[in-house]
Design a protein around this ligand. Structure first.
Ligand code: UDP
Ligand code: MG
Length: 337
């Protein structure tokens, strides 16, 4: 087969991809995780209604109440009673944003699903752009933060450092400056729903699923109400979770560190033996001994700690506990599992 034929096949494939038919009036599910967002829900609905109402698609709003303790649940129940587009999944306790997103995807019925934060840091107006791009044939449309001026300098720097490190050691690459805010085609959602793992680093799983994607740039505004639910310790654990779930490099690197250290130890040992043979027994050396003992002690402890990170996750996976427990679902007849 000549190159021309291959070109033609590729061209036909790319045309087929672009021409993937979208329903004339698709159902768009909007998944919004909420943890103590009672104050943000009002502004959120006020911003959401004009975007979704009157658009050329049907929509449903799937809220997940992630064990809130501030009256978010009552507000959501009230909303569902008033508005037939609203569905609410209520967790039995706080399971974390990743679990809430998983539940939202499990309960969304749309031809495409949009994931959005409830604090208006993800501008709802972008949803129409997302849908337009999806209609052109793109399967994943994600929001790209052009301007993170509302984040603190420390948060921006640590986030940047984390994603650079992550993308260097993981086979799955996460586009820089993207959050969870995105639209996914039904096929992408089904691919993610099929993943059985309990450690759910959603940004990684979204990227892992693949498919064609496009970015829509936006400036990230400050929170509409309330305060961030992620403190430094939570973010640190989130970062470790992401790395350990998507790369085995931290496990494997110890063989190489070991080899390098062994090589230098061998050189040093040869040197000391030679020295002893030539100049006789040398008793002083307490300082260098202590330093080496401390150094190798800590290197070994770090490597054992890294093993622990992986083993603890194996343990969690092996227990096969559910990712979340639902207390109640309001506004739908049967969950679309
Ligand atoms: N969230 C959640 N469960 C949690 C923590 C956060 O469902 O345990 C939700 C929260 O209600 C919000 C979104 O995740 O809709 C993002 O949280 P936040 O705005 O606190 O994060 P940040 O924007 O500061 O990264
Ligand atoms: Mg936020």
């Amino acid at each position: 087969m000549g190159d021309g034929a291959i070109d033609r096949i590729e061209e036909a494939q790319s045309v087929a991809r672009k021409a993937r038919p979208r329903p004339a009036r698709p159902l768009i599910s909007v998944v919004a995780p909420c943890f103590n967002e009672a104050d943000a829900l009002g502004p959120f609905m006020a911003a959401m209604t004009p975007v979704l109402g009157g658009a050329d698609f049907e929509y449903e709003l799937v809220f997940v109440d992630d064990g809130s303790t501030d009256g978010t649940r009552d507000k959501l129940e009230h909303l569902a009673a008033q508005n037939s587009h609203v569905k609410v999944v209520i967790f039995s306790r706080n399971f974390g944003k990743e679990a809430a997103l998983t539940a939202g995807l499990d309960h969304a019925k749309g031809d495409a699903v949009v994931v959005i934060d409830t604090d208006l840091q993800d501008p709802p107006e972008l949803i129409r752009d997302f849908v337009a791009k999806w209609r052109e044939g793109v399967d994943v449309v994600y929001g790209k933060r052009e301007d993170r001026a509302t984040d603190t300098a420390a948060k921006r720097m640590t986030a940047e450092g984390f994603y650079q490190f992550f993308n260097r050691i993981s086979a799955v690459k996460i586009p820089e400056n993207t959050g969870d805010f995105r639209l996914m085609d039904r096929r992408v959602v089904d691919a993610i729903k099929a993943l059985p793992e309990r450690s759910r680093f959603m940004k990684g799983l979204f990227a892992w699923a693949g498919f064609s994607s496009a970015a829509v740039p936006y400036a990230r505004p400050a929170r509409a109400a309330g305060s961030t639910k992620f403190n430094l310790w939570k973010l640190w654990n989130f970062a470790i979770d992401g790395i350990v779930s998507f790369s085995t490099a931290p496990l494997r690197v110890w063989s190489y560190i070991g080899a390098v250290v062994a090589f230098f130890s061998f050189l040093y040992a040869s040197f000391i033996i030679m020295l002893t043979v030539i100049t006789g027994v040398d008793v002083p050396g307490y300082a260098s001994l202590i330093v080496l003992i401390l150094f190798f002690g800590s290197v070994q402890m770090i490597s054992v700690g890294v093993l622990g990170e992986y083993i603890s996750r194996l343990f969690i996976e092996v227990k096969r506990r559910p990712i979340y427990i639902v207390d109640d679902v309001i506004g739908e007849d049967a969950p679309s599992q």
